[in-house]
Write a new protein. Structure first.
Length: 123
């Protein structure tokens, strides 16, 4: 498991900073209480290649794998492309239960205990 960037004195909370697609595969399944992210908005900001679209299935699959049942997901998105973010997360089919959309710029979702992971949902 990767070393956290910060850990609370009591050892119950840890923050990992870095490329989520590199860090999340190293974390144990169902080990994360919350996923807080500000992914690319898909605006093509200044022609940057990293901002050509919102994260797709690999990101949300990794987030769902590490999320504990009942974990929360907070994902920020751009006002013009938030709908793409919401569709990519796809709460009904991917295992996250949509519990709020605050000001239509970020999604707050919760993993339910009985929702299957991607592999189980596709069969």
């Amino acid at each position: 498991m990767p070393q956290p960037t910060w850990q609370s004195p009591c050892g119950r909370a840890a923050l990992h900073h870095g490329d989520c697609l590199a860090i999340m595969p190293e974390l144990p399944e169902a080990s994360v209480d919350a996923v807080v992210c500000d992914p690319p908005y898909g605006l093509g900001f200044m022609g940057a290649a990293w901002d050509h679209g919102v994260p797709g299935v690999p990101f949300w699959k990794a987030a769902l794998r590490v999320a504990k049942p009942g974990a929360h997901l907070l994902a920020f998105g751009g006002t013009r492309t938030f709908h793409r973010l919401a569709v990519a997360i796809d709460p009904e089919d991917k295992g996250f239960l949509d519990i709020a959309r605050a000001r239509l710029t970020h999604a707050i979702a919760q993993r339910t205990a009985d929702m299957p992971l991607f592999e189980e949902a596709s069969s």
